[in-house]
Design a protein around this ligand. Structure first.
Ligand SMILES: [Zn+2]
Length: 236
């Protein structure tokens, strides 16, 4: 005898960078298990791979995650998580008083988490007529490196090189994909600190998932305040 299959609901969400609508169903228990195993591994590449697989199964149209910005990807997962498991995530937050260190349970409503605004422009004028156009880091870019490398200055630098689309001057526009990577790296190394700062400002203003939480420590009563940032901080 064939057992019945429970039909799920359909929802839509909007990608922040393009405004494109994505239609999806919640993930099921089997898929949730895959996600939990991946998250527990703390292996960034495995986590992204599993997220991609599960998210693709839940999205009705075929999507190319390699073209997704990191923040679109995170926002989409958050929407999926909210409809699959529920909007409320229970976190255990440490007291910021280093002598206390007690853990207080805190609930976060995923639907209240917003992305910061997009930067005004992706064109940066570095000096007189020389400038660059930048793109947002994509899922593909982050997947290429491990988390440890990305946290180092060289990692941030590598990601910056990946995200320079073109370099231009009064004579023309140079597509960096057609230039050797070493040339792009040399271009960056040649900038003054003040010029380099203009580029880093763009990367610092990339939309991120942020949420401020306030909680009173259950042990010492200290009022704690913290900004949660990035996908993983909402799940660990
Ligand atoms: Zn405390």
């Amino acid at each position: 005898m064939a057992l019945p299959i429970v039909k799920g609901s359909r929802y839509t969400t909007v990608l922040p960078s393009t405004g494109a609508e994505i239609e999806y169903r919640p993930y099921n228990v089997g898929e949730e298990k895959l996600l939990m195993v991946a998250l527990e591994s703390k292996d960034q590449q495995m986590i992204i791979r599993t997220l991609k697989d599960v998210m693709q199964s839940c999205i009705f149209d075929k999507v190319d995650f390699d073209k997704f910005t990191v923040f679109d990807f995170e926002k989409l997962f958050l929407a999926l998580r909210a409809k699959s498991v529920g909007e409320i995530v229970d976190l255990e937050m440490k007291c910021q008083d280093t002598e206390c260190n007690s853990v207080t349970p805190v609930s976060v409503n995923l639907e209240e988490i917003n992305l910061t605004d997009l930067p005004e422009s992706n064109t940066i004028i570095i000096d007189n007529d020389i400038g660059v156009t930048l793109r947002f880091p994509g899922v593909q870019d982050v997947e290429r490196y491990d988390e440890e490398h990305l946290a180092k200055p060289q990692g941030a630098f590598d990601l910056m090189i990946d995200c320079i689309d073109t370099i231009f001057d009064e004579e023309g526009v140079y597509n960096t994909k057609e230039e050797p990577r070493e040339s792009v790296e040399a271009f960056l190394n040649n900038l003054s600190s003040a010029q380099f700062r203009k580029l880093s400002t763009f990367f610092e203003s990339i939309p991120t998932l942020t949420h401020n939480i306030e909680y009173k420590c259950i042990k010492c009563g200290k009022e704690n305040e913290l900004e949660l940032k990035g996908l993983q901080s909402f799940f660990t």
